[in-house]
Design a protein around this ligand. Structure first.
Ligand code: ZN
Length: 297
């Protein structure tokens, strides 16, 4: 069974790091990830650099990448302006994300959930015409920093409307890292019933990220976001760790018999390199402990 890993370190990871890396270094990170066999990379986000200085020079990141055949390079967008920048940069894939609660949607993107949902439909249509892959992320799908617990029925209602536009996949994001496996299983199964490919995006804010990832996969999710080294954080929990670490996830998935096409040793090297670039220890564990190859026979 194949699981698609979408490496979000260059975007979600670095966006929440204090240290700002140059577009050249961010492009190099993408190249190292691709060389390790990562087939989908969220290279950057096309947002206002005044608001997110870590993502300044998004166009330079994409043009600085040595494109590897078979690897899909994605740009995160939050609105049509971002979409247009991403398309001009010639990304292979658009990822559009919006929060499922009104307060968060208003604060993050200054939109209503209804308008954001309608935009998802329009962007899927445009992406089809532009010939790029498109995924829609429902952020704060398990809990909102402003409204607290999110009713799964509300998320399912939004997912159903988004699913009607037929994106390549719907990603359920635990933006603030509050989900637990039981809720993950229920939501993944619910969204799968609309006939879309389902992915998940977990933050390890409360040490539940990896458990949630396995629950998601066992419930039928086939795409998982992760960031190399576990870079990043949670904008609403200043001391929190970031996304689940790609190398930890890959170690676990391979051990369970899932395929990812990723060379774990090369990925570990990439995590160690990134820790040096950022000048700090990263929360991922397998890049510190190393792999473990049981002796055959
Ligand atoms: Zn995230």
């Amino acid at each position: 069974m194949r699981i698609e890993i979408v490496e979000v370190g260059p975007r979600d990871g670095l966006q929440n790091e204090e240290e700002i890396l140059s577009p050249q270094t961010r492009a190099k990170l993408c190249d190292k990830l691709a060389a390790a066999g990562v087939l989908r990379i969220e290279a950057t986000s096309f947002v206002n650099p005044k608001l997110v200085p870590q993502m300044a020079g998004a166009e330079d990141v994409v043009s600085g990448i040595e494109r590897r055949l078979g690897t899909s390079y994605a740009g995160l967008v939050l609105n049509e302006k971002g979409y247009e920048r991403a398309i001009r940069s010639e990304v292979d894939e658009i990822r559009y994300s919006f929060p499922v609660t009104e307060t968060f949607a208003k604060r993050n993107q200054n939109v209503t959930v209804a308008d954001a949902t309608a935009l998802a439909g329009r962007l899927v249509e445009r992406a089809r015409l532009d010939g790029v892959r498109v995924s829609i992320t429902l952020s704060a799908a398990f809990g909102c920093p402003f409204e607290g617990r999110v009713d799964p029925e509300v998320v399912l209602g939004i997912a159903e409307r988004v699913g009607e536009a037929k994106p390549d996949e719907i990603i359920l994001a635990d933006t603030i890292g509050v989900a637990v496996p039981k809720g993950v299983r229920e939501l993944v199964a619910g969204v799968l019933s609309y006939g879309t490919t389902v992915g998940c995006h977990f933050h390890d804010t409360r040490n539940t990220g990896i458990a949630n990832a396995i629950a998601a996969v066992e419930a039928g999710a086939t795409v998982l976001d992760a960031s190399v080294g576990g870079t990043g954080g949670c904008p609403f929990a200043p001391k929190a760790t970031g996304n689940i670490a790609t190398e930890d996830l890959v170690y676990l998935l391979h051990g369970m018999g899932y395929e990812t096409q990723i060379d774990l040793n090369a990925l570990i090297e990439c995590a160690r390199w990134l820790a040096e670039e950022l000048g700090k220890e990263l929360p991922g564990q397998v890049h510190k402990a190393g792999t473990f190859e049981p002796v055959a026979g």
